[in-house]
Design a protein around this ligand. Structure first.
Ligand SMILES: NC(=O)c1ccc[n+]([C@@H]2O[C@H](COP(=O)([O-])OP(=O)(O)OC[C@H]3O[C@@H](n4cnc5c(N)ncnc54)[C@H](OP(=O)(O)O)[C@@H]3O)[C@@H](O)[C@H]2O)c1
Length: 334
């Protein structure tokens, strides 16, 4: 029986203090059976949903972690031994058995990544669930049309930086993002091609949005929720749409607005649609073809903030929840 080092949930965390709730442990690896392969993980994705899964309440769209058990999540690695024709030794594969150094993966839940189309890190970022979330939230969910105006919260992060850039590449007439701090805001405008960026920590967000969108926001892509969502409601165009992707402010912010603020949805006849990316799997080939072309042409900036070592994985997740990442947050395994 083989074993591997994994990140284990030692106790339930409070707020964004997740590093102290995680410990390194050793878990057994199953023997290879037909259709499986042994993968040495290279990069692991760091996602806000991992924090949600550390709570006891069932989240409906996924399973929660048990105390004493390993975490999991998207990862990419190299096949070292294989009992599957679809996962040859040496192939780079993406799978869901991250937060551990080695994993035995099933070919039905793994994707072989073509490194000719995009580098390994991009298969967890622009070409991965991150980019696909942005794509699904803009097109099938948000029904973005060329010439429309778009506002993105959490724009300096993984999904947000993709959502804003995809919107521009899909013909939006104006793209504005909000992010925490001057460095992220400068990156959005100078490198990612956003028309404007609002530092939500220092700016009057509502006034900035009303000034940036004199005719209103057609499509609001919300990663953050809370007060920024309310501020954006006051800048929506009549019959505007909100693509509700997530509410990362729920984890660290006690000051949340009242539901009474939603009266603005009535006054502006706004449509709000929440979504979970896995409902749009049929669009995956179209998405990969478009994004790999944008990467090849240099029109898309795909940046990652990489933390080194599984022993720093908890700190990497805590950093993400506190805004330490510019673009996609990843852990690199040695
Ligand atoms: N619906 C789906 O299927 C789906 C799939 C994947 C992800 N998501 C959601 O998409 C959102 C973005 O995920 P991601 O992986 O791209 O993470 P991310 O944006 O790369 O990282 C989270 C960012 O949230 C910001 N943040 C933290 N607390 C905040 C607060 N109180 N107010 C405003 N901003 C805050 C931080 O940036 P600042 O420095 O700007 O504060 C941080 O960098 C999350 O809500 C996630 O749950 C949804």
């Amino acid at each position: 029986m083989r074993s591997t080092t994994a990140v284990v949930l030692a106790r339930r965390p409070q707020g964004t203090k997740v590093a102290e709730a995680l410990e390194l442990g050793t878990i057994d690896l199953p023997e290879l059976t037909p259709g499986t392969a042994l993968v040495r993980n290279q990069y692991m994705s760091v996602d806000p949903s991992t924090r949600g899964r550390m709570d006891p309440g069932e989240k409906q769209y996924t399973t929660n972690f048990e105390i004493g058990g390993p975490l999991d999540g998207s990862a990419i690695g190299i096949v070292e031994e294989s009992a599957s024709d679809q996962l040859p030794v040496g192939a780079t594969v993406r799978h869901r058995m991250g937060w551990r150094e080695y994993a035995v993966v099933d070919d039905s839940a793994s994707t072989v990544c073509d490194l000719g189309k995009a580098p390994a890190t991009s298969w967890l970022s622009s070409m991965g669930q991150t980019g696909f979330t942005a794509y699904a939230g803009l097109l099938p969910v948000g029904a973005l049309a060329a010439g429309e105006t778009v506002f993105v919260t959490g724009a300096g992060g993984a999904v947000g930086s993709m959502a804003g850039q995809f919107a521009r590449l899909l013909g939006a007439s104006k793209v504005v993002g909000s992010a925490g701090g001057a460095e992220k805001c400068a990156w959005l405008v100078d490198e990612c091609g956003f028309d404007e960026a609002i530092d939500y920590r220092t700016a009057d967000v509502r006034a900035s949005l009303v000034a940036a969108f004199p005719e209103g926001i057609d499509l609001f892509f919300d990663n953050v929720g809370g007060w920024q969502m309310v501020h954006a409601l006051h800048a929506m165009r009549i019959h505007g749409r909100i693509s509700m992707c997530g509410a990362v402010s729920n984890f660290g912010t006690a000051d949340q607005p009242s539901l009474a603020e939603l009266i603005e949805v009535v006054l502006r006849r706004v449509t709000i649609r929440g979504f979970i990316v896995r409902d749009f799997e049929a669009l995956r080939p179209e998405f990969e073809a478009r994004v790999s072309a944008w990467l090849a042409s240099g029109e898309l900036v795909d940046r990652a903030t990489i933390v080194q070592g599984i022993e720093n994985a908890g700190a990497g997740l805590e950093g993400l929840l506190n805004g330490a990442n510019l673009g996609k947050a990843l852990i690199r395994l040695s």
